[in-house]
Design a protein around this ligand. Structure first.
Ligand SMILES: Nc1ncnc2c1ncn2[C@@H]1O[C@H](COP(=O)(O)OP(=O)(O)O)[C@@H](O)[C@H]1O
Ligand SMILES: [Mg+2]
Length: 216
């Protein structure tokens, strides 16, 4: 599978954030977007996930265009793990992860099966009835990953994933990313954490003067 980002442009009113982002990503690749605050990294992820409209640009999977404004829920091409995770505080771990697939009317047995497998894989089974405030930072992050994976995205995006993790949890996170990469998922990681980006990524992109450039 190949993802192509073509000619992305975005402005907020008069403020142009980037003018021509282009890149291609392959199955299983882990790509970091590294750089200073304000370069438009979060906005890039939000546009990919249909949370923010693009001014210009196209997305292709294996040469076939995807419309970011009408992406379906059943097999969403993009998933997002937010900075701060954005878990629903009043819901348990289990409720957090089954909510979106239920909303998209997926089959109950399939939802259960996938949720149980993800809880097991991410070592969350014993926490499934807890609420977010009863979890550590690393556990919350794993719930956010499980929740995003429930809709089986082809591309999983992470916004500043290490900012809430201590060093030990961060190592465990690296091994989760590598496991996901073996399933063929593309992972895009926005980070200001250079050592982490160097350790985990196949490639590192920067946004300079409105375009991507690569240094690894
Ligand atoms: N909803 C918005 N409305 C107006 N300006 C925004 C909005 N979101 C982000 N921006 C501006 O876009 C620029 C890039 O922001 P962001 O994507 O958050 O950068 P980064 O994640 O690289 O720090 C910043 O100047 C920010 O103030
Ligand atoms: Mg940001």
């Amino acid at each position: 599978m190949e993802l192509e980002i073509r000619n992305f442009k975005k402005s907020f009113n008069e403020n142009t954030i980037w003018t021509n982002l282009c890149t291609t990503m392959k199955s299983g690749e882990i790509i970091s977007i590294h750089g200073k605050s304000g370069e438009g990294k979060t906005t890039f992820l939000r546009c990919l996930n249909g949370l923010e409209p693009l001014e210009k640009g196209q997305v292709f999977f294996d040469g076939e265009e995807v419309d970011l404004t009408t992406m379906g829920g059943d097999e969403r091409p993009f998933g997002m793990v937010f900075q701060g995770f954005n878990l629903f505080p009043q819901m348990t771990v289990w409720e957090n992860i089954v909510l979106a697939p239920k909303y998209h009317k997926q089959k109950e047995e399939e939802i259960q099966e996938r949720a149980l497998a993800l809880l097991d894989q991410l070592e969350l089974t014993e926490h499934k009835n807890k609420k977010p405030h009863q979890l550590s930072g690393g556990q919350k992050q794993r719930v956010a990953i499980a929740r995003a994976c429930m809709l089986q995205p082809k591309v999983l995006c992470f916004d500043e994933p290490t900012s809430a993790l201590d060093e030990e949890t961060s190592e465990r996170f690296v091994s989760i990313l590598k496991d996901l990469s073996r399933t063929g998922m593309i992972q895009i990681i926005v980070t200001h954490d250079k050592p982490f980006a160097l350790e985990v990524s196949d490639r590192i992109l920067h946004i300079r003067e409105g375009v991507f450039f690569e240094d690894k």
